[in-house]
Design a protein around this ligand. Sequence first.
Ligand code: NAD
Length: 338
Amino acid sequence: MLERPIILSLTTMREEGMSKLRDAGDLRMASSLEPGVLHQEIVDADALVIRTAGVIDAALMDCGPKLRVIGRHGVGYDQVDVPAATERGIQVVYTPGANTQGVAEHVIAMMIGVSKCFPGQMKALVEGRYNDRTKLVGRDIAGKTLGIIGFGRIGKRVGAIAHAGFGMKVIYTDPLEMPREAEERAGARRVGLDELLETADFITLHVPLDASTRQMINRETLKKIKPGAILLNTCRGPVTDESAVLEALESKRLFGYAADVYTIEPPSSDHPLIGRTDLNLMLTPHSAAQSVESLTRMAEEVADDVIGVLQGRAPINPVNDPEEVAAVRAKLGKPPLR
Ligand code: NAD
């Protein structure tokens, strides 16, 4: 009988995915995210399943010589040292698209909430300042310009909803030229970053975190933003300089800010924005993908892909190139994945 693979998971997930993993192997839950503990618990693992937490670096991979696949429940995989995985012949897979709609809806909800001054209005009501409604005056969205930085899966979906639902003018910036059909669905036009910053009434960030995007919204870029614009960050915290955003809010350069992600997660209690209920801010705890539908799809898709690789099938959503992984494994004398 074939040995059951050992699957180490750093996270719980919807039962739809957990049961698949349990059926396919010996599923073990990591007892801690501390590197010292993980380095021991990964020793005999064939697969590693992760969510947003945990640093998956070369040192950890070196403690798991049997590791064949790392599965990311979600989209951003910036906590994984992907080149280090490739160099060790480890396939990395993820679940692109599983949470696109959930995140896009979260962005639209935040756009509405901030432009309508919901945070201040709800606070005023609770505090018995009913008539402050006349000071907390929102803005309509219809016909305004939406600037999308990163026109990938989520950016495109946000653009399409905003265009169809509000008749927004959509502009985007992305190093990749997008198919005309995707542009048409969002009524979108590709522009340079400066034009986007200078003309958009709403700016929403949908880029991966990498060297080109780290702190791309900083004091200099914020100076270019159209006065009174609303900024939304649901991609990764380090894409914005949070203290520069605070200054832009205090100086009223920005009408409002919404974020689901923070430079350090979870954010500390003295975070510059959290608790600033005097500002037009909507902040959520990295929960944009926390819808039943998104969570179910992420759990099922990551489980299917991890199990598929363990059983010798081609990865469905590879992060690193399967051919390169195969070549490295051959060079290192490791058994092939397929
Ligand atoms: P995607 O890969 O489909 O789209 C990213 C787009 O950004 C691509 O089109 C890419 O070309 C573009 N891009 C890269 N560098 C850029 C730059 N310097 N300037 C402008 N555009 C650039 O990814 P996606 O599924 O749309 O997700 C986007 C990001 O959102 C993910 O990387 C992840 O970090 C984040 N995310 C957050 C949550 C959440 O829970 N808050 C959930 C899902 C995804």
